[in-house]
Design a protein around this ligand. Structure first.
Ligand SMILES: Nc1ncnc2c1ncn2[C@@H]1O[C@H](COP(=O)(O)OP(=O)(O)O)[C@@H](O)[C@H]1O
Ligand SMILES: [Mg+2]
Length: 274
């Protein structure tokens, strides 16, 4: 077993975009699954009251005894909240609609932006020695999303390759910049991920050109194609990697995991603290 010093520290990535329907949850589920498949101990935290990531990974309502709500507010030991999924190497903290009151409850708390950070620093989460923790954020820049961005080292932003895609991005970038100056000096953009990309569509190509032109290296090389397998997999309660391992969607999320791992290994060997 590696000593604490040898082990690269846990990378915590918030998957955020205040727009709904851009592929946050799909990315949270399938990137987590791809990282786990690549041998990384991975935890997915469902921070959206809709609980779509939990449903998509097969957590039935009855199995959601403790949830992200308890992680934030409760005194339940974290080891009782973190659940193993059917996929080896992949754990989840599920969500239910309980979480919809959290945003308002957080407002009256002194450490209202730090509750998730505090929770993830508990020793029984540290003991699980995750390589990656991915946080599926709600479609809003609310206090839940701020908690994710304070707890995380980076923000991964799915961007649907359609008209108006770049709209709203500047507000998200501004929030990240503000947090860097206040609550979380290490926060950076992990990358912008083009989702639901259709190569034959001129508009999608235009969005890609705009995004790469304006944002350069911030845009992941990997793009996620529009692929019906990705929208079907959640109803089978598994990631697309299990549902249809050779589908274009599965291949793309494996590529994305590979792109992240190469970048992070490089940063680790160069001793870049991030
Ligand atoms: N690459 C894709 N190809 C096809 N359908 C997709 C793709 N990504 C997401 N979807 C579908 O689009 C809808 C919105 O995606 P979702 O991941 O739930 O977005 P968000 O979490 O940002 O609201 C879902 O029905 C999902 O199955
Ligand atoms: Mg979602």
């Amino acid at each position: 077993m590696l000593s604490v010093a040898d082990r690269a520290k846990t990378r915590i990535i918030a998957i955020a975009n205040q727009k709904g329907g851009v592929g946050k949850t799909t990315t949270a589920i399938n990137l987590s699954a791809a990282l786990a498949e690549a041998g990384q101990r991975t935890l997915l935290i469902d921070l959206d009251p809709q609980g779509n990531a939990s449903t998509g990974l097969g957590l039935e309502m009855g199995a959601r005894k403790y949830t992200t709500y308890d992680l934030l507010f409760g005194d339940v030991p974290a080891r009782n909240i973190v659940l193993e999924t059917a996929q080896s190497g992949l754990w989840i903290v599920p969500a239910t609609t309980d979480l919809s009151s959290a945003d308002i409850e957080l407002m009256s708390r002194a450490r209202r932006s730090y509750l998730l950070q505090d929770a993830l620093r508990q020793s029984d989460i540290q003991d699980l020695a995750f390589d990656y923790i991915l946080i599926d954020c709600p479609p809003s820049l609310n206090l839940l999303t701020l908690n994710a961005m304070v707890a995380a080292q980076s923000v991964l932003v799915p961007l649907q390759a359609e008209f108006f895609a770049l709209e709203g991005l500047s507000q998200l970038m501004l929030t990240v910049r503000e947090l860097r100056e206040t609550a979380n000096a290490q926060l950076r953009i992990e990358g912008i991920l083009l989702t639901m990309y259709d190569r034959r569509n001129n508009l999608a190509q235009q969005v890609e050109a705009d995004a790469r032109g304006n944002l350069g290296d911030l845009v992941f090389k990997t793009m996620i194609p529009r692929n019906v397998r990705l929208s079907e997999a959640p109803s089978y309660a598994v990631s697309v990697l299990s549902y249809d391992p050779m589908s274009k969607g599965a291949v793309a999320y494996r590529d994305l995991a590979g792109e992240l791992l190469v970048k992070h290994n490089k940063m680790h060997s160069e001793g870049v603290v991030s």
